[in-house]
Design a protein. Structure first.
Length: 250
């Protein structure tokens, strides 16, 4: 009987530990497809900005291509919308003219890293080099790069976030995904973004050539958000008089 009691006690302790662990991690790790997150992530990036003002930010990632960007810039210019562009270092070096056009039109430039790697799978020296090299590449093309870093594929863990902070960057993910990288149709994207956006939201879009419909959806997204009373601003403007939110709302 004594042996049976000990076995049951051990089993109960194991069950309690498993339950506690699952509850703990369920509160810490967002159960979503994106971004891909290292399982040991406890530090959290920025997902949106807590603020009362009805402001939101459109962000665009670019890692390859040159066909989509001019179309996106044209729509933003027509509607007088400032945005924040997260550029990969290698792309920026190969497309200096486009990078300068982004800056000249009043948009912000931030870092999307160097090689397009899932950084949570690499040691600190690789993560540090990826972030540092991309920043230097961007500065070789334009004078100002805002201190925000969006990791390739939205992949992060504690090491990625801490290393970025050591280098002076805040890691930024997003709160609303347009899904333009899936090319689901302009109407779908317009409806999705307008329904999911809230004050302080950071909207993910792409100006890489893999996003083939975003320029068609953008006018509807912009018009729809403005009809709901939102002001479209850059990420730097969004964080003004607001607090950085690190809980995933998706």
């Amino acid at each position: 009987m004594k042996v049976l009691f000990i076995r049951r006690t051990i089993l109960l302790v194991i069950c309690l530990l498993v339950t506690f662990s699952l509850g703990y991690w369920a509160g810490k790790i967002p159960m979503t497809d994106l971004p891909v997150v290292g399982l040991l992530a406890r530090e959290m990036p920025i997902f949106y900005v807590k603020k009362k003002a009805p402001e939101v930010c459109l962000t665009f990632d670019i890692s390859w291509g040159e066909k989509t960007l001019p179309l996106v810039l044209k729509v933003l210019e027509q509607h007088q919308v400032p945005a924040t562009f997260f550029l990969s270092g290698p792309w920026a070096v190969r497309h200096e003219g486009y990078v300068k056009s982004i800056a000249e039109q009043g948009h912000e430039i931030a870092s999307h890293g160097d090689r397009h790697l899932n950084l949570s799978q690499y040691p600190k020296e690789v993560v540090k080099e990826n972030i540092y090299k991309a920043h230097q590449d961007l500065l070789s093309v334009v004078d100002r790069v805002v201190p925000f870093f969006r990791p390739p594929n939205g992949d992060y863990d504690d090491l990625v976030i801490d290393t970025a902070r050591e280098l002076g960057f805040e890691t930024v993910i997003w709160s609303v995904d347009s899904l333009d990288w899936k090319n689901p149709g302009p109407g779908y994207m317009v409806d999705r973004v307008i329904r999911r956006t809230f004050p302080g939201a950071i909207v993910l879009c792409h100006a890489s050539d893999s996003s083939q419909e975003i320029h068609i959806a953008l006018p509807g997204i912009i018009t729809g958000l403005r009809k709901k009373g939102y002001r479209l601003v850059t990420l730097s403007q969004l964080v003004e008089e607001g607090s950085l939110a690190r809980n995933d709302p998706r």
